[in-house]
Write a protein that binds this ligand. Sequence first.
Ligand SMILES: C[S@@+](CC[C@H](N)C(=O)[O-])C[C@H]1O[C@@H](n2cnc3c(N)ncnc32)[C@H](O)[C@@H]1O
Length: 239
Amino acid sequence: VSLAENIPVDIRDEGRTIEIQFWRDFCKSERFIDNFCKATPNPEMDVDVELFIKGIVATLNSSGATPRILDIGSGPVSMLSRSFVGQSVALLAADPLADDYRKMWVNSFGNELTLPVACDGEKLSSAFGGSQFDIVHIRNALDHVIHPISVLEEMIKVAKRGGFIIVHGFENEADAEGWDGFHQWNLSTEMNDLIVRGKNNARYSVANHFKKELRVLRSYRRDIHGFGKGWCGFVAQVI
Ligand SMILES: C[S@@+](CC[C@H](N)C(=O)[O-])C[C@H]1O[C@@H](n2cnc3c(N)ncnc32)[C@H](O)[C@@H]1O
């Protein structure tokens, strides 16, 4: 990974300001309270990804294990908070803006919700240790980070061998959002691959870059009606 491709501090600062303003408004909305805090499960969580995760949890539960799941770039509340009714999981979340998010709203739901701890995706292994999680999940955030390949490296480190890496989010979000704020990377998918593109023609094939570390299970894309954008996803298993 070329550090020269890291996003400059002033652009990151601008991104942080925009992100905080977005969530400050969103945390006051009925949609946040109803969907992100109360509903079981969050109706905005992608059903296919959620069912895949629940299937793995069911398998591990049936052998007596309690799987550990990490949700990265979670926002103020993990969208998986209420996905596991009747199942046994340890769900943790991480987001660099966690401390700002905690000041924006009052959590009257206690332990029912999983709130993030403050951590950059680029520093997961020093915060959580290696080989800790059965599933490492990132939704609509891999393209918001300083360097997606560094974050994927860290996701792989904190995952157990045989654990799953799940990435999903908008397709080509930097192009769609005019490269403003945190939107400095484009994600897209090809057959069994996730493509990461940045400024100055930086381009990575995730399947190729991590061919020794990951077995790719699936990549996909679909149109989201009404948004004029695509949504894409990538699921892989740590070898
Ligand atoms: C659009 S929000 C997505 C929140 C939630 N996952 C969802 O799907 O609604 C993007 C999140 O990425 C986080 N983020 C920004 N830089 C990051 C980094 N270096 N590592 C991990 N997350 C980061 C932001 O703080 C923000 O909460």
